[in-house]
Design a protein around this ligand. Structure first.
Ligand code: NAP
Ligand code: F7E
Length: 332
């Protein structure tokens, strides 16, 4: 292949929140983008539907080593972004073995494919602030000891360390991005931010009366997913493979998120939010706050979207979507 041909990037988890934003970014940067998709009985490409003609899809599943090796061998990417995971924390208590298989061992399967096919492929692992769990210090940095509080967090710790281990054992360009919570209008409806903004829109439009939530005191360092995928790309453009914390540097409670979201449509959150112990977790991560100084200095990365702007953007998107759906149902 000619040296001036486009660079090829493979994204596992392209149908997810981050995968969809990263695919857009890589297309804009001139890459040929290959998305790994697993077999499902119905299509799951809603988040990338608008760019699907410009993408290449390759069938594989992180639980199946042969399919992963074949996918990497067929595509021969220059860069791999391993975003695929069972990523919902409560499900990880209900399905701990499955979560370990995908979210932990899936990383090794990807790394093995790189090692066997072409060790010069650059590899990004989607690590998580959930690894800090019961935090040992605040704010959390790349050097903060890990203390995960869920099977998901434990699986991510495995993925983090196996990535470092392959880097050190095989001299591979394998990096781990420790990303704090990042949200968007494309966030899954089960995560607390989207659950809130979706409910705010529905309550405002008279489609729902209340919002049942778990721990309102939990504090998270929330940023905008579009800002965060840029950091993922920047990590693979460096000369040396290094791990980075990516965060907003602010922490806010679930309660505060509710207040801003309801206020944005002129409602008082206290009239609608009901605490339901059903949503409490067996072990909670009470507080996360990241220090992304290293990313600022070495990647030149800064978060560009404020917390309030993020909340309002998500509420606005859910309002638009529900209004459009209502208009369609009223016509028919
Ligand atoms: P997401 O929306 O839940 O997307 C997960 C993706 O993984 C989906 O495309 C899903 O495909 C795919 N997947 C799941 N199991 C698979 C399997 N066995 N084989 C192949 N693909 C599989 O997650 P996200 O929010 O975009 O997060 C991206 C990554 O960053 C995840 O690894 C997550 O754990 C990590 N992370 C996320 C955050 C955050 O705040 N968003 C923070 C830190 C780290 P289907 O569409 O077929 O289900
Ligand atoms: O919960 C509390 C809940 O599910 C945030 C994933 O992307 O980020 C995400 O994990 C907080 C928790 O995200 C409800 O107890 C209260 O303290 O939105 P979440 P998460 O668990 O922080 C990390 C960085 C990842 O890597 C993960 O993949 O909100 N909370 N009431 C609730 N949470 C949910 N889901 N639903 C509630 O009703």
């Amino acid at each position: 292949m000619a040296s001036d041909s486009p660079r090829r990037a493979m994204i596992t988890g392209i149908t997810g929140q981050d995968g969809s934003y990263l695919a857009e970014l890589l297309l804009d940067e001139g890459y040929d983008v290959y998305g790994m998709v697993r077999r499902t009985s119905t299509e799951t490409i809603e988040r990338v539907n608008h760019i699907k003609e410009r993408l290449n899809f390759v069938a594989a599943d992180l639980t199946d080593q042969t399919s992963v090796i074949d996918a990497v061998n067929d595509v021969r990417p220059h860069e791999i972004y391993n975003l695929a995971a069972q990523s919902f924390v409560p499900t990880s208590w209900k399905q701990p073995i499955f979560t370990g298989n995908v979210t932990a061992l899936g990383v090794t399967r990807m790394l093995e494919a790189v090692r066997m096919v072409d060790k010069s492929i650059k590899f990004y692992q989607a690590s998580s602030s959930e690894m800090f769990g019961d935090v040992r210090e605040t704010p959390q940095t790349e050097l903060t000891p890990l203390y995960p509080r869920s099977p998901y967090g434990v699986a991510k710790c495995y993925g983090h360390y196996i990535t470092i281990n392959y880097r050190e054992s095989y001299d591979m360009f394998a990096v781990s991005g420790i990303l704090f919570n990042h949200e968007s209008p494309r966030r899954g409806l089960e995560f607390v931010t989207r659950k809130i903004t979706n409910a705010v829109a529905r309550i405002k439009l008279g489609l729902q009366d209340e919002l049942r939530l778990g721990n309102l005191d939990a504090k998270r360092d929330w940023g905008f997913a579009l800002d965060y995928v840029r950091a993922q790309w920047l990590m693979l453009q460096q000369d040396d493979p290094e791990d980075f914390v990516i965060s907003s540097g602010e922490t806010h409670s679930v309660r505060e998120f509710c207040r801003i979201a309801f206020e944005h449509v002129g409602l008082d959150w206290e009239k609608y939010v009901v605490v339901d112990p059903k949503f409490y977790r067996p072990a909670e991560v009470k507080l996360l706050l990241g220090d992304c100084s290293k990313a600022r200095e070495k990647l030149g990365w800064i978060p560009e979207t404020s917390f309030a702007a993020l909340v309002q953007m998500m509420v606005d998107a859910d309002m638009l979507r529900h209004k459009a759906e209502l208009a369609v149902s009223q016509k028919s």
